[in-house]
Structure formats: structure tokens, C-alpha cells
Ligand binder design. Structure first.
Ligand code: ASP
Length: 352
């Protein structure tokens, strides 16, 4: 009887040790997962060809992408939030005239700059967006403010400006956004439209404002912080020669931007009308959630299959909850960069 009791007791001790080690193993795994962080950005997609790019211009784009991503990476490395990383990274690109966002935004038909931006927090599924903003220096900051300081998700035009002023955001003269390069690009497309083009050609010309790489440059960022929170943001001037208050995909949650801690974060760039119709960013997340697809499989299906079949062009940068990252585009190029928790940096422009 005593023997039986001893056997039973040592059996119980063995089981509890095993459970404990399994528990601590699980804990370690979840700690490892939590300390993973990553960041991925784009600076627009389109007919970006090496033959149209000077060495200086290429170097300038790469340097700015690297500068921007390192700002966000440092924030994440020091334990900052994915929200802060996305905002600061995008602001570096908004302040650069190289990109079609903030300073350097493309011109509308009326020769103004109307800016769109959006942001989403993957932990709370909270989001903020602005459209048609003309005098707020940082549209991405305003989008985040809409999320944190208002009861709404999207504000537009004058109302968005009033809100920005009330919240103390930096207001600039609309001339701040002017760049000669973008202005010339508008004149070129307007001249083309004056010639006798049929409807389809006009449509093509509208979206081809930039035979020499001048249309592109919407910016976006997705980050995963050490707490496992994903955030995504997008900022743009839209499309050259846009009129009638046209709004693209960039400020639309689910099209231009999406983030969900259970799946992934996405920022889009390309021909906005198609991205709205295909709900690109949400579709990627949904395929992961409902079909258990990997990030790579989902981004590939949405861009190379669904968007392409409809005739849309562009791409996305995306990042999942485990720090996997994906660049996916169906254009000749996309300004892009990524950095993981080991500090490995990728900066690319063309398809390869
Ligand atoms: N998606 C933007 C828009 O349609 C433009 C771009 O990404 O190039 O407004």
C-alpha cells in the first residue's frame, strides 16, 4: 500500500513538473513573440523605371526612405508605440518634396493641393481620417487626432481645418505645399487634355500625369511594436488634375489603410478608384482571418489577382502580427523599405 502511494506521489510530482516547464516554455514563446517589432513603408507605386531615373534622384529617394524608416525603427526599438512610429515616419516623408504627400503633393485641376490621410490602430480597431485638407501641415497627425480627440472617423475640407486649429495642430499657408515639379506636371497634363482626345484617351491621360515618374509618391507605413500592437497610416495629395473634390482610397479605412492585431496592417498606393472598389486593405486582413491565408498569400491574391483583373494598378506594404512583412505591387516599381527587430534594412525601388 505504502509502495503504491509512493509511486502515485512521484507520478503526480512528475506531471506537475512537466506542466510547469510547458507553462514557462509557453510564456517564453509569448515573450519572444511580444518583443518582436518591425516596420515597413512605401513612397508610392507606378511606372517607376530605372531608365527614367537619374542616379542622383534614385539616391535621394533611397536616402529619404532610409531616414524615414529609421525614425520609426528607433521609436519601436526604444519601446515606443506603433502609433508614434507610424506618425513620425510618415511625417518625415510628408515634409520631403520628393513624395506626393504634405509638401510636394500633386495639384488639383484648380491648381490647389488637397490632402488626404488615414490611420488605424490594430488593437482597438479605432481609426481616423481626413480628406481635402488644404492648410494643415501634417495630414497624418490630423487623422490621428480625429481618432483620439473626436467622436468621428472622417472629417473633410473646411471642417477638418477648423478641428485642426482647435486642437492646436500646425496650420500653414496653402503655398507651403507648392513645388514647381508638381505644378509643371499639372500644366503638362492640362495641355494634353486640351488636344482632341476621345473619352478613353482623356481618362488615360488623367492617370498618366507623370510619364516621368511625377504622379507617384503617396506615402504609407505599417508598424508592429514590442507590445504586439499593429498600426497603419497613409498620406497623399491624391492624383494630379483631380477635380470636383475627388477623394481617393488613401483616407478610406479598408481601402487605403487597415490594421487589426489579430491579422495584419496594410497601407495602399495606386489608382485609388480601384482600391476603393476592391477594398484592398480590408480584403487582405479578411483573407487571413477567414481563410487562414498567410500574409504573402493574401497580399498576392488581392493585388495580383483581384485588383489586376479589374484593371487597377498599384501596390501595398503589409505586416502581420508575427512581424512577417510583404511588399506586393503590379506596377513597374514601388518606393519601399522595411526594417525588422534585428535592424536588417531593405530599401528598394524597382521590381526585382
Ligand atoms: N492612391 C492615391 C489616390 O488615388 C494615389 C497614389 O497612391 O498614387 O489618391
Amino acid at each position: 500500500m505504502k509502495k503504491l502511494f509512493l509511486i502515485l506521489a512521484s507520478f503526480l510530482v512528475l506531471i506537475s513538473c512537466k506542466n510547469e516547464s510547458e507553462f514557462s516554455l509557453k510564456q517564453n514563446i509569448s515573450n519572444v513573440k511580444k518583443s518582436k517589432f518591425a516596420i515597413i513603408i512605401h513612397g508610392g507605386a507606378g511606372t517607376i523605371l530605372k531608365k527614367n531615373m537619374s542616379d542622383e534622384k534614385e539616391a535621394a529617394y533611397k536616402a529619404k526612405l532610409e531616414e524615414a524608416i529609421k525614425v520609426g525603427h528607433t521609436i519601436l526599438k526604444n519601446g515606443g508605440t506603433s502609433t508614434a512610429a507610424v506618425m513620425r515616419t510618415i511625417q518625415v516623408m510628408e515634409e520631403s518634396p520628393l513624395f506626393n504627400a504634405g509638401k510636394g503633393a500633386v495639384f488639383t485641376h484648380e491648381e490647389t493641393n488637397e490632402l488626404d490621410a488615414s490611420f488605424m490602430d490594430g488593437k482597438t480597431l479605432n481609426a481616423g481620417a481626413v480628406a481635402g485638407v488644404t492648410n494643415v501641415k501634417s495630414p497624418i497627425e490630423l487623422a490621428i487626432k480625429v481618432m483620439t480627440d473626436s467622436d468621428h472617423v472622417m472629417l473633410s475640407g473646411k471642417g477638418a481645418s477648423v478641428f485642426a486649429k482647435e486642437k492646436g495642430l500646425e496650420i500653414v499657408d496653402p503655398n507651403y505645399f507648392y513645388t514647381e515639379r508638381r505644378f509643371k506636371s499639372l500644366q503638362r497634363i492640362k495641355n494634353r487634355n486640351k488636344t482632341e482626345l476621345d473619352h478613353d484617351d482623356k481618362k488615360a491621360a488623367f492617370y498618366d500625369a507623370d510619364i516621368k515618374n511625377e504622379k507617384f509618391g503617396t506615402v504609407g507605413c505599417v508598424a508592429l511594436d514590442k507590445e504586439g500592437n499593429i498600426a497603419a497610416g497613409t498620406s497623399t495629395g491624391g492624383m494630379t488634375n483631380k477635380r470636383w473634390g475627388r477623394i481617393g482610397d488613401a483616407p478610406i479605412i479598408g481601402s487605403g489603410t487597415y490594421a487589426n492585431n489579430l491579422t495584419c496592417g496594410v497601407s495602399s498606393t495606386g489608382w485609388g478608384e480601384y482600391f476603393i472598389r476592391t477594398q484592398v486593405a480590408y480584403d487582405i486582413s479578411a483573407q487571413m482571418e477567414y481563410q487562414q491565408k498567410t500574409l504573402k498569400e493574401a497580399t498576392k491574391d488581392v493585388i495580383q489577382n483581384k485588383l489586376t483583373k479589374l484593371g487597377g494598378t498599384g501596390g501595398v506594404v503589409a505586416l502581420d502580427k508575427n512581424g512577417n512583412m510583404s511588399f506586393e505591387f503590379n506596377t513597374a516599381g514601388m518606393y519601399r523599405a522595411s526594417m525588422n527587430d534585428k535592424g536588417q534594412l531593405i530599401v528598394k525601388i524597382y521590381k526585382e
